[in-house]
Design a protein. Structure first.
Length: 177
């Protein structure tokens, strides 16, 4: 991920660009800046995580009949990766990123289910709607968000605080890491 944030497709491409004498200094500066920001993001996220919350979430995962993983926009890629990892362990997992489906979580979730929501800043209103509809059906709700004091935090059974900063600005779409 860090290599892609630097604007390269692979480690081989990065090595080639660094090796070219014309761009060596500019590339190294950019790469070092992005790697330093990525490192800070990882460290700050790890500092925020509370081990007891993670253990409770692991227990929710083990006990869930179905697990719904929700992420919209760029965060849907995190949701897909998490879905894949859980599927490899044999869990019944569904990833949802469609805002219309989120408004109908009461038709999907039940009291035996876990709803896991990823969000950078809780800027998608449908996430809170999905969380509340799931809670109304007595499903467990876990939220991983990089912003405290949101509606998602109030609804969640467990809230995992991450950390996000603009590592490689995406001016076209305004996304962060």
């Amino acid at each position: 991920r860090a290599i892609r944030k630097c604007g390269y497709e692979s480690l081989t491409e990065l090595r080639y660009k660094i090796a070219s004498q014309d761009k060596l200094r500019a590339n190294l500066t950019l790469v070092n800046e992005i790697l330093a920001k990525s490192y800070e993001e990882c460290i700050r996220t790890l500092e925020n995580i509370q081990i007891n919350a993670i253990l409770r979430v692991a227990d929710y995962i083990r006990r869930a009949k179905r697990i719904f993983i929700i992420g919209c926009g760029i965060t849907s890629l995190v949701a897909q990766e998490f879905e894949f990892q859980l599927q490899c362990q044999g869990y019944n997992v569904w990833s949802i990123s469609d805002s219309e489906m989120l408004k109908r979580m009461d038709k999907l979730a039940s009291e035996d289910d876990l709803v896991f929501i990823f969000s950078v800043a809780n800027s998608t209103p449908e996430l809170a709607v999905a969380a509340q509809l799931s809670k109304d059906k007595k499903a467990r709700v876990v939220v991983c968000c990089c912003k405290e004091g949101t509606m998602l935090e109030e609804i969640a059974d467990e809230f995992i605080l991450g950390y996000s900063s603009v590592i490689a600005p995406n001016y076209r779409y305004g996304s962060t890491s």
